[in-house]
Design a protein. Sequence first.
Length: 343
Amino acid sequence: YRLNREINDFYEYAKPTRAETFARKNLVEQIRADVRARLPNHILEVFGSERTGMALALSDIDLRLVKRDDLDQQASDKPPTPEERRDILRNLYDLRYKVFDNAKTAAKYLQPTVRHARYPLVGVQDRGSGLEVQVVASNDTAKQREYIQRYMKEYPYIRQTYAVIKTMFDQRGLSDVFRGGFGSYPLFMMLVVSLQQQPNQRRDAAGALINFLYYWAYFKTKEKGVSVSPPEYFDKKENPILTETLKAKLDAGTTKPLPNYVLSLRDPADETNDLGRKATSILHAQATLRYLIANIIENLNANNRPSLLAEIVGEVYARDRVRRERLTEHGLWVQKQVLKSFA
């Protein structure tokens, strides 16, 4: 009961306040206006945690760059072709230099950077709020959202548990995808898998957290892969999760296979997408989870700690205090400007 109360209290602290929500929404509209002025034939769609309602106060904001003419066409769940990629990169570099890094917008944005990935993106920091934003040439994410909404309904406490797990990984530098960490969507699906394969008898956030820690701390990543939908295990050697392009490169010897310890987690929205592929820090993550599950079980049994959750989320308040104060102040300032415009 005590651990569950702490998780729920932490979630209330970690989610955006009214002022923070206002600042986040204002930033979305600000970037939309700036991008529209440069690329009038494109729009920006909110996706990721900001769209699903899973965002924490300081979560990055993900925006999908899409042509207006493509909105009515059937959405593709595949990465862009080489020709499409060239056009996309041209647009992203255009945004990087002409929108996020020019004389008119220099007062708004910091450190614009183009990243070449499966889905290319340009990342930038907003000066006013301090929030990080990524404009991504992503495919349509409707299927992913459908699965997230399904599991949020199936497990009503998953939002609270996820907030703790995301913070736990953030605190330890294990959530940066470009450095071998775990992104938000893979982490969410890992939580779902732990609930599917090792049912939570308590049916609350505390049971779900302990389930997650124990399940993934001892999961044998070398021996098997796991599917979210349908929920099942598979032989990762016999049935690797590969796109046709990647399979061809492996067969031709033009790319190296992943280390055998890397997690193989099949995306329920795309059977060719391995959600564990980039998480090369899995062994470090598992060592961390083993320490944390032993620690929390010991503390639960002793029941003499000021906080059961402190070891897991770490010094998150001290880490985020200044940034959240800044975000709140910016949100309140924006609210005042809006009210003045109506006066």
